[in-house]
Design a protein around this ligand. Structure first.
Ligand SMILES: [Zn+2]
Ligand SMILES: [Zn+2]
Length: 105
């Protein structure tokens, strides 16, 4: 998984973190400088990435909640963490989960 960072037009404190998914989508999530939150996109194929503060914890909480709702029955995820650099130099935490059997696009 290779994540790319893009500035957002007219929003100097926002960066978009995206990747080219193997399914053909281009999932993206926004990072807001200095804000204690993480945003995510859950791709159609089942891959999901979180971007922002405590991205790893938030990803785990999200998956736990989905499992509790019965939405991920039979799916096992592998969890990963990385970081990318914001246009203003900060390190942006990125966490992502890969399902053992991604769905078709
Ligand atoms: Zn995908
Ligand atoms: Zn897709």
């Amino acid at each position: 998984m290779e994540f790319l960072v893009r500035p957002v037009r007219n929003q100097p404190d926002v960066a978009e973190v995206r990747y080219d998914c193997a399914c053909g989508c281009k999932p993206r999530a926004r990072y807001h400088k200095g804000v204690d939150e993480a945003n995510h996109e859950h791709c159609c194929c089942g891959r999901v990435h979180f971007v922002g503060m405590n991205a790893g914890q938030r990803l785990q909480a999200y998956l736990t909640e989905r499992r509790a709702q019965g939405e991920d029955a039979g799916i096992a995820y592998s969890l990963h963490a990385t970081a990318v650099q914001a246009p203003w130099g900060d390190s942006i935490p990125v966490a992502y989960a890969l399902p053992d059997a991604p769905k078709a696009h």
